[in-house]
Write a protein that binds this ligand. Structure first.
Ligand code: GLN
Length: 450
């Protein structure tokens, strides 16, 4: 049924880059076989999932939604996807995303934007499903997949979840291996789970997380049984409301949704207190220095020699090949990031931008550490608006970057954070609430989200 839905919706939503119906069927079949033999089933047995096309999948194109990696078929499997297959899941296909995971609307994909299944009442204008994990969020919202992987560098799991009425969790940095995930900004990139609700996210994340010696920043910690300890009872817990997230000009309906979230937390028994994260206003600027800096370094590997595209004009030398390959292989947003990144890392500007941004990052982490001495979790809106129309922010990169204002601080601090559906706005579009937790306290985040 899911395979049929994937095929039927492709023209309207463009959520998938490649469909792999056979793989989903194979996983279903192993369940039948295991049952027949009386063997135990894995926690994801037979569950068909979408795989963001940033995870290397052995024998299946892994494009990062770029022309550069179009047609690239790895001969290895990312650790996260391997763990999911070992838990019994099957792959419906590779999901569309922003090119190299850079973007907030999916419009930077070489394969065209993902279209959200949601519409404003009385309008057929296509809306964004968010980005960069927009294929994942659209597929779940449209019931093409019960769950999907996402990656989150500055909000790419949480913002698409908020825009589509789905649920997504980015665990603590280091919980999920980055091995085999196409790198964007390595000190921020983290894989996570996207699904229809908190319980499904918990089940899936348990199968994805865990120590991996192949990732130097992987945490050597046991993965707790989050599912077994899920509880929506928040008695004795303190929920913090960061004052600085009440940004000027906040849409009244976002404000109202936040108030609703506070009321829900109180109903669940929590004590709600205001806290301060004084350096919040610098987070976006620091992020848009650090992430492009790391990206410019990570993307240096696409040189026409080792992976994907090679553009070798007649009579060209090595430098010409690099230039031609990179000119043709990267889209405009990726080039913008590489230019910003190389600029802020250049000898004359390194201290003014990159070093400064790293200092700001430390201050932001310290703000969170101070707040978490007092409260167990933080509650904020996930994004400053509901989903916008495709095309609306495309000519204005800064307006696009502003979408990430509430999600990047937790990324800079490496904290677990989740977006949960929080009702609809006046136009009937979904909104999301963000829960941010202490390092390694995915349980606290999941329980508050429940
Ligand atoms: N929108 C942010 C960016 O473009 C976040 C992307 C992400 O988390 N991958 O960098």
């Amino acid at each position: 049924a899911f395979n049929a839905n994937v095929a039927a919706a492709q023209g309207a939503l463009n959520a998938f880059i490649v469909a792999t119906p056979q793989k989903a069927l194979e996983a279903a079949k192993t369940v039948d076989d295991a049952r027949a033999k009386g063997e135990a089933l894995g926690p994801m047995a037979g569950v068909p999932i979408g795989m963001k096309d940033l995870f290397a999948t052995d024998g299946v194109q892994t494009s990062a939604a770029s022309h550069m990696l179009e047609g690239f078929v790895p001969r290895y499997e990312s650790t996260v996807s391997r763990k999911l297959w070992e838990a019994g899941a099957g792959m419906l296909g590779k999901l569309n995303l922003d090119q190299f995971a850079m973007g907030s609307s999916n419009e930077s994909s070489h394969f065209g934007a993902v279209v959200s299944p949601w519409r404003r009442p009385g309008s057929n204008a296509p809306l964004t499903a968010g980005g960069s994990s927009g294929g994942s969020s659209a597929a779940i919202a449209a019931r093409l997949a019960p769950a999907a992987t996402g990656t989150d560098t500055g909000g790419s799991i949480r913002q698409p979840a908020a825009y589509t009425g789905t649920t997504g969790i980015k665990p603590t940095y280091g919980r999920c291996s980055r091995w085999g995930v196409v790198a964007y900004a390595s000190s921020l990139d983290q894989a996570g789970a996207m699904a229809r609700d908190v319980t499904d996210c918990a089940i899936m994340l348990e199968s994805m997380a865990g120590f991996d010696p192949k990732d130097a920043t992987s945490l050597d910690m046991p993965v707790p049984n989050w599912t077994a300890s899920l509880s929506g009872d928040l008695r004795g817990k303190k929920v913090g409301i960061p004052r600085e997230y009440r940004v000027e000009g906040m849409a009244p309906e976002i404000e109202a949704m936040w108030e609703q979230g506070i009321a829900w937390a109180r109903d669940a028994g929590a004590e709600v207190v205001e806290v301060s994260l004084p350096h919040t206003q610098y987070a976006l600027a620091a992020y848009y220095i650090i992430a492009p800096a790391e990206a410019s370094s990570n993307l240096a590997r696409y040189d026409g020699v080792r992976y994907g595209l090679r553009d070798l004009p007649d009579g060209a030398g090595l430098q010409d090949m690099y230039a031609a390959t990179r000119a043709a292989g990267f889209g405009a947003e990726v080039k913008r990031r590489i230019l910003i990144g190389t600029y802020v890392l250049s000898a004359g500007f390194y201290d003014a931008y990159y070093t400064k941004a790293q200092k700001v990052r430390t201050l932001i982490s310290q703000d969170f550490a101070t707040a978490f001495e007092e409260v167990d979790v933080l509650l904020t809106p996930t994004a400053p608006t509901a989903a916008f129309a495709l095309g609306e922010n495309q000519d204005d990169p800064v307006a696009m970057y502003l979408n990430d204002v509430f999600t990047v601080p937790a990324s800079l601090a490496g904290l677990p954070a989740m977006s949960v559906p929080a009702g609809l706005d006046a136009q009937g579009l979904p909104l999301g609430l963000q829960i941010i937790g202490r390092p390694l306290d995915e349980q606290g985040v999941l329980n508050a989200g429940l």
